[in-house]
Design a protein. Structure first.
Length: 272
């Protein structure tokens, strides 16, 4: 019995403790306060700018002066004279197998340039007069019989001989073989004859040799022409637009409300 009584008291005490705890919790709910978060919405406007790039292109013709160069060539031919030494051996004054009588003569002619060197030789059956005349001296000899002046001469010195002659002018020169035997004061006193066997002459002189050359000259001429060209213009611009945008800001704050716990727990969670 005693043990049963003790168990009954323990159960009673336990129940009493539970009741007391519940009572304290309920009372505490009315006494305790709970922090409450308040949210506030604040609207505002924001200014924003937008930029757009615009490119425009236009084309148009225009006239322009354009210089041009035109090359061309021209040719010309000219004669260049080159002097060269040419040795000529010929019968330029050839008199052979010719008979002469008193106061008669034989001649031979040749045109020779200035500076010619002449080597003359002859052979006859008797002494003979040998003369070399230029054209003026020869005409005087023919008209008057004058044997001087002369380029060179021998009056009956020998039957044969040689002469070396330098000519100092371009002209026609004459070789004259003259028989003066029996001639007294221009009158033949005898009628004999003689023979000229041969004459030979070698002339050395400078001969102008023409050579031909072509000369080419290059030229460049300039001219100006008008051309039509196209120009292109590109313009870049920036376009700006401004807009207002409305935003809402939310502000949250936590405050200690005086609201009891049970009101906060069961009612709206805001401060009164």
């Amino acid at each position: 019995m005693a043990a049963f009584a003790r168990r009954s008291r323990r159960g009673l005490y336990a129940k009493l403790a539970i009741v007391i705890v519940l009572a304290l919790v309920v009372l505490g709910g009315f006494v305790l306060t709970v922090p409450v978060a308040n949210t506030t919405a604040i609207p505002y406007q924001s200014l924003s700018a937008m930029y757009a790039t615009i490119v425009s292109t236009s084309a148009g013709p225009y006239l322009v002066l354009v210089p041009t160069a035109s090359p061309y060539e021209t040719s010309s031919t000219y004669v260049a004279t080159i002097m060269s030494q040419v040795t000529t051996t010929s019968r330029i004054w050839s008199i052979s197998q010719t008979a002469l009588t008193c106061n008669t003569y034989k001649f031979a002619s040749a045109y020779l340039p200035s500076g010619s060197s002449v080597q003359l030789s002859w052979s006859a059956s008797d002494t003979v007069d040998v003369y070399v005349f230029n054209s003026t001296e020869y005409m005087r000899y023919v008209l008057s019989g004058a044997t001087t002046p002369n380029v060179a001469g021998e009056n009956g010195a020998s039957m044969s001989g040689t002469m070396n002659i330098i000519l100092f002018g371009s002209d026609t020169y004459y070789l004259v073989m003259h028989d003066s035997h029996g001639l007294v004061s221009g009158i033949c006193q005898t009628g004999g004859s003689m023979a000229v066997y041969s004459t030979s002459a070698t002339a050395t002189y400078a001969v102008p040799v023409p050579t031909y050359s072509t000369e080419t000259t290059a030229y460049v001429t300039s001219s100006t022409s008008i051309e039509t060209r196209t120009f292109t213009t590109t313009v870049t611009s920036v376009s700006t637009s401004t807009t207002y945008t409305t935003y809402t800001l939310t502000s949250t704050s936590t405050t200690m409300c005086e609201s009891p716990f049970w009101r906060w727990l069961l009612g709206p969670r805001t401060c009164q």
